[in-house]
Design a binder for this molecule. Structure first.
Ligand SMILES: CC(=O)SCCNC(=O)CCNC(=O)[C@H](O)C(C)(C)COP(=O)(O)OP(=O)(O)OC[C@H]1O[C@@H](n2cnc3c(N)ncnc32)[C@H](O)[C@@H]1OP(=O)(O)O
Ligand SMILES: O=C([O-])CC(=O)C(=O)O
Length: 372
């Protein structure tokens, strides 16, 4: 048995949800460029869960279901107040809150297709409410109840700030949600599938996936990119900062990808948004620094930016706290995780690979008193 490090190139399942072929990303056969330009996030959720775009009435029904289910049980809101709130990362709070939600869902362990679909709606609906509520509670502010008349992206921004968001902010968040919704068998989606393949419940699968997304080699990279931009500070510092990191063989966050070779097709949409939004906020240096970093890293290492790179300056320009960047990724990606969880249940087999053992050979047990 020979191990493939990081399971690179290993095909671990079939799936009809999204594909990456020759650096082209599609959701159910629709090119991500087409969806980013034209589809709303709610349409994408429907697409991932039903493998078809919704009719107008199907879309309205989904939007109503999401709006109806966006409220949080008071126990979850109360729980936030018990956290050491100034030390807790919002991804850890989200992970704990989703796990807690499972305790208050009477259908949590009912495993039929209908009950699982209803849980998918509830989780998708409540994720932005959790992120927004935690973001406010930690600042000593009251959580804001979701509004039924707002779309998914607008409601999220409204719950964060308490103000009706500008159309340009809604458009940017909606597009970011579309771009992050699914991505074949990435680490967090694989985690979700491994978890539920034991026939564990949906809440366990999503809790596990949030844990996997949190790491800086995956979803956590967007926050790390903003930290790097902040550390660099000025355009003049970019060159020396990046070249020094490369010389020390340190990774530049937001670059590289396990699957894409020529580049991540999502990055250009975020780059365009970053340019537009940073100009609008009067802080074009974030975009300029980012393009300068891209030039050096592609030139020196031939590594193109991934989805996390330009999303950092996009979210920053929308006034979002930097440690909420990865939770926003989760608010979107939960749609993909749920699609994969439902797909796994439909055709389940336990996921259990092997390990190439590298420890010592057979040893004789020695009682503790006789050990040297
Ligand atoms: C939504 C997402 O999850 S997108 C990915 C988000 N993560 C990041 O942006 C973190 C930075 N990027 C990385 O760490 C990697 O490119 C990953 C994790 C995305 C992919 O990792 P892998 O396919 O395992 O590649 P691996 O880490 O083995 O790197 C291969 C080589 O490229 C180099 N490399 C890869 N990414 C980078 C980077 N961002 N900066 C500098 N060098 C890099 C590695 O140092 C390694 O070089 P070596 O062969 O000389 O040792
Ligand atoms: O596919 C991956 O390995 C990581 C990624 O880009 C994503 O999850 O969006």
């Amino acid at each position: 048995m020979t191990a493939t490090r990081g399971l690179e190139g290993v095909v671990a399942t079939t799936s009809s949800i999204s594909s990456i072929i020759d650096d082209t990303l599609t959701y159910v056969g629709y090119n991500i460029d087409d969806l980013a330009e034209n589809a709303s996030f709610e349409e994408v959720i429907y697409l991932l869960w039903h493998r078809k775009l919704p009719t107008q009435s199907e879309l309205e029904e989904l939007k109503n279901q999401l709006a109806e289910n966006a409220g949080l049980p008071k126990e979850v809101l109360e729980h936030f107040k018990m956290y050491p709130i100034d030390k807790v990362h919002p991804m850890a709070a989200l992970r704990s809150a989703v796990s807690l939600l499972g305790l208050y869902d009477e259908e949590a362990d009912i495993m039929n297709t209908e009950a699982n679909y209803k849980k998918a709606i509830r989780l998708q609906a409540k994720m932005p409410s959790i992120v927004a509520a935690f973001a406010r509670v930690r600042k000593g502010l009251e959580p804001i109840a979701p509004r039924k008349d707002l779309g998914f992206a607008a409601n999220f921004l409204y719950m964060l700030s308490g103000k009706e968001p500008e159309p340009i902010a809604v458009e940017a968040i909606d597009k970011a949600l579309v771009l992050h919704a699914d991505h074949e068998l990435n680490a967090s989606t694989f985690t979700a599938r491994v978890c539920v393949a034991t026939l564990s419940d949906v809440y366990s699968g999503i809790t596990a996936a949030i844990g996997a997304l949190k790491g800086p080699l995956h979803g956590g990279a967007n926050e790390a990119v903003m930290k790097m931009l902040t550390d660099i500070g000025t355009l003049e510092n970019v060159d020396s900062y990046i070249r020094e990191k490369l010389e020390k063989k340190e990774k530049i966050m937001g670059f590289g990808h396990r699957v894409y070779r020529q580049g991540d097709p999502r990055a250009k949409h975020l780059r365009d948004m970053s340019k537009k939004l940073t100009e609008l906020t009067g802080e074009p240096h974030w975009y300029q620094m980012s393009t300068q970093i891209e030039e050096i890293v592609t030139g020196e290492k031939n590594l193109p930016p991934n989805v996390d790179f330009y999303s950092a300056s996009v979210y920053h320009s929308l006034g979002i706290d930097h440690d909420l960047f990865t939770p926003i990724f989760a608010v979107s990606r939960v749609s993909g995780w749920l699609a994969h969880i439902l797909e796994q249940y439909e055709n389940n087999r336990l996921i259990r690979p092997r390990a190439d053992y590298t420890g010592p050979g057979m040893q004789e047990y020695v009682p503790v008193g006789l050990r040297g």
